[in-house]
Design a protein around this ligand. Structure first.
Ligand code: NDP
Length: 290
């Protein structure tokens, strides 16, 4: 039987640590670290995510600035908002909640965010830093996974890790972070052959697919560590990408869904915002050329 990785408890510990540092920051610099949250339209799931993020900020001593925009906003109006936030010295981080409505070009919007305020870590500059082994702001979900592996003293060096999923926000940065810590990483995706065999050889499995219980429990190597990033709404509630009950009979450590990776993603956003703020007070913010 495996040990459950308690993402909720670790996230709470991280949030409390951010709150302590944010308090010290405010005392020293006369302002709180600030996060601008941009939401376009009223997609119910996005609205919940944004509300949670704002609550997290309130609990952590981070000022959140709400920018809920009409869904008919034009690309150029949205870009000017981003430029304004880039130049605003009270804003350390800018989060644009995705997905954006179809008429907007999300890539162009993300590119417009000043890399030093890109607390989601999606800007090509920050991705490039990660690729070259000098990470600055790292995407929150894979950063949260690494924090869990560290907290539970999971050996990474020399281990065989399989990451299923190659998205820019989870799979790719996840693989890079594991490789930076000397794991031997295999990245799998929808065209991968013999997925079961590959997973069966892994010491660490990270599933980021978006298909409920696609990875079967009996595929897991006995003693492996299983990190389930997937969040799939089903008739039986929220499910991960891994068949949980069967996998937990074989894994040494496993994350539950919910209560695993999700809370850690939120906690890492707070850490990234604090880190951006600490960098800003050392390095005054300069507005990028428009
Ligand atoms: P994407 O849809 O962007 O990527 C999914 C990846 O899974 C793709 O690379 C795709 O391959 C791969 N895939 C799809 N089907 C298969 C298959 N049959 N076999 C192997 N690989 C497959 O999703 P995200 O990376 O954004 O998110 C993945 C999951 O993680 C989702 O459930 C999402 O909700 C969840 N998530 C959870 C977060 C959290 O905080 N807990 C945060 C972010 C995401 P290909 O590239 O070939 O299409």
């Amino acid at each position: 039987m495996s040990t459950i990785i308690d993402g909720k408890a670790l996230a709470e510990k991280k949030r409390a640590a951010v709150a302590d540092e944010a308090r010290a920051f405010a005392q020293r610099y006369g302002r709180s670290p600030g996060l601008a949250v941009v939401l376009v339209g009223n997609d119910p799931a996005s609205s919940i995510y944004v509300r949670n993020k704002k609550n997290d900020c309130a609990l952590s001593g981070i000022a959140s600035f709400d920018h809920t925009m009409d869904e008919r906003i034009t690309q150029s109006e949205l870009l000017s908002l981003i430029q304004k936030l880039n130049a605003d010295k009270t804003v350390d981080g800018i989060l644009v909640q995705l997905p954006l409505p179809a008429h907007l070009n999300a890539q162009e919007v993300l590119l417009a965010i000043s890399p030093d305020k890109d607390v989601d870590g999606f800007h090509p500059y920050n991705m490039g830093r990660l690729l070259t082994g000098e990470p600055t702001l790292v995407p929150c979900t894979p950063a949260g996974v690494m924090a869990m592996l560290h907290e539970y003293d999971v050996p990474i060096k020399g281990m065989d890790a399989v990451v299923v999923g190659r998205s820019n926000i989870v799979g790719k940065p996840m693989a890079l972070l594991l490789m930076m810590e000397h794991a031997t990483v295999t990245i799998c995706h929808s065209r991968t052959r013999e997925l079961e065999r590959k997973i069966g050889q892994a010491d660490i499995v990270v599933a980021a697919i978006g298909k409920a219980e696609m990875i079967k429990g009996h595929w897991i190597k006995p003693g492996a560590v299983v990190i389930d990033v997937g969040m799939n709404r089903t008739g039986q509630g929220l499910k991960g990408d891994v068949e949980y009950t069967e996998a937990s009979a074989r894994a040494s450590l496993i994350t539950p869904v919910p209560g695993g990776v999700g809370p850690m993603t939120r906690a890492m956003l707070l850490e990234n915002t604090l880190a951006a703020a600490q960098r800003h007070v050392k390095q005054p913010i300069t507005a990028p050329p428009s």
